[in-house]
Design a protein around this ligand. Structure first.
Ligand SMILES: [Ca+2]
Ligand SMILES: [Ca+2]
Length: 225
């Protein structure tokens, strides 16, 4: 019920879309980058140039094309486990210290059933996202979207995640990290990342949404003082 209320409030806020600021994330949909003729391109850390705007900080990830599975937006998304669990970040600039921002992105997970060293017990994909001293751990269960072989996945079940943060610096590091096992080849998937300024009237709506969001209350409680 609380989740439903939260979603409703976010829908109300997001319905005022043109009142939100411009997206401050560079290449948030991962569409910019080198040509990828097939299913995917692997990027090994450390790499701050292959995927414009982003740095792959640890291990390896994959830019996945629509040949492999449908992106949430455009034709490319990210599998945060290439053949090991990766982390990636972008330093998001142009922030006003003290202002509220909406971080939004699409979350799914690699849905393949066969051949993963970790096995099918690894259905629940685990993602950590952090920015401006706020860190949240999210889960995505791929069981409803299982698919037998790599390529031509019909449905990823992409889910939009929203998180509010207050900028404490003009530039904040936005970090995504897979919390899945090191040697899983199938991790959390992300796409369509945006950070937008929340105008003052909308902050009131978002404060109401915050009040009914237990997960975010935990997040705030764990914020370093
Ligand atoms: Ca995309
Ligand atoms: Ca993979």
């Amino acid at each position: 019920m609380k989740t439903a209320i939260r979603s409703l409030l976010f829908t109300a806020v997001l319905a005022t879309g043109n009142a939100l600021g411009a997206n401050l994330v560079t290449n948030g949909s991962f569409e910019q980058g080198p040509p990828i003729p097939g299913r995917l391109l692997t990027i090994n850390a450390p790499d701050g140039s292959t995927l414009p705007g982003w740095t792959v900080a640890s291990n390896d990830l994959e830019i996945v094309t629509n040949v492999e599975w449908p992106a949430a937006d455009g034709s490319r998304s990210i599998d945060l486990n290439g053949v090991t669990n990766a982390s990636m970040y972008q330093d998001v600039g142009g922030l006003n210290v003290g202002s509220s921002y909406l971080l939004s992105f699409a979350l799914s997970g690699n849905p393949y059933v066969n051949g993963d060293p970790v096995g099918t017990a690894d259905n629940v994909k685990n993602l950590r996202v952090s920015i401006a001293g706020v860190s949240t751990d999210l889960e995505f269960d791929v069981a409803p979207y299982h698919w037998p072989t790599p390529a031509l996945v019909p449905n990823m079940g992409w889910r939009t995640e929203n998180m509010i943060f207050v900028a404490t610096n003009a530039t904040e590091r936005l970090l995504f990290a897979s919390l899945d096992p090191f040697n899983s080849t199938r991790g959390p998937a992300i796409d369509n990342v945006s950070v937008t300024l929340v105008p003052e009237p909308a902050v009131l709506w978002l404060a109401a949404a915050w009040a009914v969001a237990p997960r975010w209350r935990r997040t705030v409680a764990s914020r370093p003082k």
